[in-house]
Design a protein around this ligand. Structure first.
Ligand code: HXC
Length: 517
């Protein structure tokens, strides 16, 4: 019989202390707020039994003010690695039960260590955030700790997927780490993000606001565009991490996972042949178009509540992971405005970083006119879309379903921005601008000198429409690759994705480009 080394029992006791974080009372307080602990969250996030903790015995160092008397294992963050759907990820989960999950120099070191290991091994990093921000008692050390994290967020951007899950407060400059990552997932009524909280705002500007209305999940989904996905519960948020990662490769030199689909790759979708109204002023549902094309109608929309005139999200088509970009003609007629530009450009770059082909559905009358938009910098923001599509080297496939007027035609992944395949539906209208605007400009004198200006205008509009508001003149000059029946869209995209699977492009060497910001 083996006589156990008594030091093993000591280890077990210490491990139990590690597991309890800030202690049972704090755990009860966390539960009373309807929140899970860091370890409970990691259990939900990772495949069962795959979590391996790192540096659990690190403790908080004495703060300069000598205010923190207790020593806590882990120093407010649980770090390590595990698996999601059989693929390795590195994780960190801030532990609010220890000093409010605040960031100290040691906590920063732990987080930076898993970030470095994730980058070195080419796997995603997922951060579960629940913290009061920089630990005030540590002064500049905690600020330096954040700087170390931000630098890594930037350096590893486009190398490994970085996902931030907001499960509690994220106040002050701390909000910049999630903002630097690829995707932010927030929990409704449980998480909030702001640079200056309600108290500071009240003191500085006199405005009264509560945390939820200042930086809750709904605000960041509908108004600021900061949250990419909102969840109703922590469980749902963690399940979303697992789901969204299924569209991503582990790093920038891998391809995203190909998952053979039960949906017939040759499926013709008859409903699409009647989806675009004959009257070009009537809207239709682009979300429905997307769902009818992709595998099993499964579309994970990102930033669904913000800039709703633009749609971005992930899907599979014939088993290939793709990023979908589109206009929603039912929202502001699908115009491109400042927010839509930012939304599309960032998503295109996200897909391009991680070798995810981009499918673009175009139906836009153009950029939104107006003093607000011009003075708000629509030139600068719209340029981001041009830059992002031009720079992207992943397979790019465009389907013009209806309007592709002027700037909208060009910026939305048009053929000569380097798009690999451009299809148009017979309902496509490709022109510098809509018939009425065009006729008023180019035939102004003719209309003014006509004895019957209104009839003259209408005749000219009809002529313009029959000449330009169709895809045939663009196809004749080679500006679209083919005109297809809408019901063929799925199989045409799948064939293109197969043909572009080994796409290779070379760009001139440079340090990095200078995207308009
Ligand atoms: C030290 C902090 C702290 C902080 C919270 N705590 N924030 N300790 N530094 N920044 C401590 C509390 O004193 C408390 O300890 C414990 O954490 C739990 O906090 P509570 O206030 O009891 O919890 P709750 O009511 O849920 O409120 C959580 C909170 C609130 C909303 C996060 O604590 C808060 O507003 N904190 C300050 C947030 C903030 O302004 N952070 C910005 C810091 S500056 P005890 O022992 O009393 O229970 C910053 C700059 C970073 O982050 C710059 C990077 C560029």
């Amino acid at each position: 019989m083996t006589i156990e080394d008594p030091r093993i029992e000591t280890l077990r006791q210490l491990r139990e202390q590690v597991r309890l974080g800030g202690g049972l009372d704090r755990i009860h307080q966390q539960h009373a707020k309807g929140k899970l602990t860091a370890r409970e969250r990691l259990d939900l996030l990772l495949d069962e039994g795959t979590f391996n903790e790192l540096e659990p015995f690190i403790t908080n160092q004495a703060d300069e003010m000598g205010l923190i008397k207790d020593e806590f294992f882990g120093d407010g963050v649980v770090t390590g690695y595990g698996q999601i759907n059989g693929r390795t990820v590195y994780v960190y989960a801030q532990d609010f039960t220890v000093l409010g999950g605040t960031l100290s120099s040691m906590q920063s070191r732990k987080i930076c260590r898993v970030m470095d290991l994730a980058a070195r091994n080419g796997v995603p990093i997922v951060g579960l955030i629940d913290s009061g921000g920089a630990r005030i008692q540590e002064g500049v050390k905690s600020l330096g700790g954040y700087a170390e994290i931000f630098r890594r967020n930037a350096q590893y951007s486009g190398v490994i997927p970085q996902i931030s899950v907001m499960l509690g407060p994220c106040a002050g400059g701390a909000a910049y780490s999630p903002a630097l990552t690829d995707l932010i997932i927030m929990v409704e009524k449980k998480s909030f993000m702001f640079l200056t909280g309600p108290e500071v705002i009240r003191a500085v500007t006199g405005e009264n606001v509560d945390a939820e209305s200042l930086g809750g999940a709904e605000i960041h989904m509908a108004i600021t565009g900061t949250s990419h996905l909102n969840a109703k519960s922590e469980e749902e948020a963690l399940a979303l991490v697992r789901y969204v990662l299924s569209y991503f490769p582990s790093n920038n030199v891998e391809n995203p996972p190909f998952i053979p689909s039960s949906d017939d790759p040759r499926r013709m979708e008859e409903e699409l042949n009647g989806i675009v109204p004959l009257d070009p002023t009537l809207p239709y549902d682009m979300h429905k178009v997307i769902k009818l094309v992709v595998d099993n109608q499964e579309f994970l929309e990102i930033q669904s509540g913000w800039a709703r005139n633009a749609i971005v999200g992930f899907a599979r088509i014939g088993g290939f992971s793709v990023g979908v970009v589109a206009q929603e003609p039912s929202e502001l007629a699908g115009v491109i405005d400042i927010d839509a530009s930012d939304k599309i450009a960032r998503f295109v770059r996200l897909c391009d970083c991680f070798n995810i082909p981009i499918i673009t559905f175009v139906d836009s009358p153009g950029f939104l006119p107006g003093i607000d938009q011009e003075h708000g910098g629509i030139i600068r923001h719209g340029a981001k879309v041009l830059y992002a599509y031009s720079e992207a080297t992943v397979p790019k496939i465009t389907i013009i379903t209806r309007k592709a007027y002027g700037g909208a035609y060009i910026v939305m992944s048009s053929k000569y921005l380097g798009t690999d395949v451009t299809y148009a539906w017979p309902s496509a209208e490709i022109a510098v601008m809509g018939a009425e605007g065009a006729v008023n400009i180019i035939f102004r004198k003719k209309i003014e000198s006509s004895p019957h200006p209104d009839e003259e205008r209408q005749i000219l509009i009809d002529q313009y429409r029959s000449q330009f508001n169709n895809p045939y003149h663009a196809a004749k000059s080679g500006y679209v690759d083919d005109i297809i029946e809408p019901r063929e869209t799925r199989l045409k995209i799948i064939a293109s994705l197969g043909a572009l699977r080994d796409k290779f492009t070379a760009s001139p060497p440079r340090k990095h480009g200078n995207i308009p910001m």
